[in-house]
Every structure is written in structure tokens, then in C-alpha cells.
Design a protein around this ligand. Structure first.
Ligand code: FES
Length: 157
């Protein structure tokens, strides 16, 4: 169960040096860093909001938008890049009508690119939540989305 912002902050003293651990705890509990949370962290640590955004954007681990129920991470490592990862990302962007780093309006899907997923021999690769998809082609992208849609429909009926 996710902790509330107050519960998270109550485990810290409010020192500036705690900024990164505070942001990490918020993200691991809420899934991202909402604007309201940044405002509260600023009051708590006396660090200006602009500085908190500066720190958080420096580290790629932090995100400012929620992730979708299905979070798609396409590998942009060298092997995957060479084998067509940019085209795969474009295909997914077109399919979902979002850009990399965004989430669909219904919070169903989110898309981001990541560094090497460790399965370079099967490039290009992506992860959807915990599952790895390998040797991806644009045709596979369509199949994967129709499979996910069917799975969702099965669960709803
Ligand atoms: S470069 Fe994509 S899995 Fe290694």
C-alpha cells in the first residue's frame, strides 16, 4: 500500500541533504513526483521548488507524470538502436497518440525509452511492466497492443 506524503515526510528531519531520499520515497510510493508534492517538499526542506526541479530533472530516475497501468520501456541502447528501436518508438507513439515520456489520457499506457535492458542479443527489446518483448518489429507492436487489449477485455468480462 502506498504511503501518504505526510507519512513519508514524517520519516525525515527536513534537512536539505535528505532531498534525494525524500524524492525517491515519494516516487516509489506514488509512482511519480506530483507538483503538490514538490511544493510540500520545498516547504519541508526549505529548498526552493526551482532547485528541487533542477535536482529531480538531473536524475533520470525521477518522473513528473504518472505511469500508465501498462508502462512500456523501449530500449535505446546501442544494439537496439541499430536494430530499429527508434522506429519501434515512433510506431508506439503513433499507435498511442502520445510522445515518449507521456501517458495516455486514460492512464492505460505510458511510454519511455531506457538504457540497455540486458538482452542485446534479442534486440530490439522492450519491457511492458515486468515482461520482456524481444526481436521487435513494427508488426509485433500491433500484435502486442491487440493482445493487451484482448487481455483487458477478458478481465473485464
Ligand atoms: S541495447 Fe537493448 S537490450 Fe542491450
Amino acid at each position: 500500500m502506498s504511503k501518504s506524503l505526510n507519512e513519508i515526510l514524517s520519516t525525515f528531519n527536513g534537512n536539505k541533504s535528505e532531498l534525494i531520499p525524500i524524492l525517491q520515497d515519494i516516487q516509489s510510493s506514488i509512482g511519480y513526483l506530483p507538483e503538490d508534492a514538490i511544493i510540500e517538499v520545498s516547504k519541508f526542506t526549505q529548498v526552493p521548488e526551482s532547485e528541487i526541479y533542477g535536482v529531480a530533472t538531473f536524475y533520470t530516475q525521477f518522473r513528473f507524470l504518472p505511469v500508465g497501468k501498462k508502462h512500456i520501456m523501449v530500449c535505446k541502447g546501442t544494439a537496439c538502436h541499430v536494430k530499429g528501436a527508434p522506429q519501434i518508438i515512433e510506431g508506439i507513439e503513433r499507435h498511442l497518440d502520445i510522445k515518449e515520456g507521456e501517458v495516455t489520457f486514460d492512464l492505460e499506457y505510458s511510454l519511455e525509452s531506457v538504457g540497455c535492458l540486458g538482452c542485446c542479443a534479442l534486440a530490439p527489446c522492450a519491457m511492458i511492466n515486468e515482461e520482456v518483448e524481444s526481436n521487435l518489429t513494427l508488426k509485433d507492436v500491433k500484435k502486442i497492443f491487440s493482445r493487451m487489449k484482448n487481455n483487458s477485455n477478458d478481465k473485464e468480462s
